[in-house]
Design a protein around this ligand. Sequence first.
Ligand code: ATP
Ligand code: MG
Length: 238
Amino acid sequence: MNDDVTVLLEKVSKTYQMGEVEVKALKEVDLTVVKGEFLVALGPSGSGKTTMLNCIGGIDSATSGTIIVGGHDISTFNEKELTKFRRETVGFIFQFFNLIPTLTARENVEFALDLVPKEKRGSAMDVLEQVGLGDRANHFPSQLSGGEQQRVAIARALAKRPPVVLCDEPTGELDYDTGIMILRLMRDIAQQEKCNFLMVTHNSAISQIANKVVHLHSGEISKIVTNDNPEDPENLVW
Ligand SMILES: Nc1ncnc2c1ncn2[C@@H]1O[C@H](COP(=O)(O)OP(=O)(O)OP(=O)(O)O)[C@@H](O)[C@H]1O
Ligand SMILES: [Mg+2]
């Protein structure tokens, strides 16, 4: 496989069996993401965005097909290998931040780092500084605004310097200005760290900041558009 390919999906299908009913959440999805690409996947509710992201991140397993991430063929992985993969190779950023309420910002980042081998660990304070929260390190999530909590979540995802960062509606709970600020932070980090961001959203305006836009409909990719001149997040309007 070409070294520049960080994520490769080949005929990936996911079917949920709900009693008698089969839900085909993904149908033979093919996708290639190359190094440095900032990808946005768009689609209406129920189109399979979260399912695709969770299969790439090893949170969910595909029913069939091949998924290669950072050189690992995770479709062949057992539970133990998947756990190691999730801890070391991918960073997750969710809509509802998912911080641990009883830990401070710094402890939330350190907690994630504890799971990473020593030689791969960065410093929690360094990443909190990077997202502009050095002075809030000792605050608990309840003492932080939504945008600040999402920045802690970004710091947590980045602390292990993952080659691939997966984001599910990361601005869904934020007001417009804060959402733009978070998108700008992600775009800057993607450029500095040369890591891949894969973001799913139903907000089509956000797709303007992407190098590659994937349109999902009923579990199928209906269109892939590449964009050589992505827009600056500060110019987005929605
Ligand atoms: N754990 C599950 N069990 C059964 N069906 C599921 C499960 N997760 C998702 N589905 C179904 O798979 C389809 C795709 O769901 P998915 O969550 O990927 O959509 P989505 O595009 O992320 O939607 P949204 O924009 O609302 O978050 C939907 O029909 C959903 O009901
Ligand atoms: Mg979803």
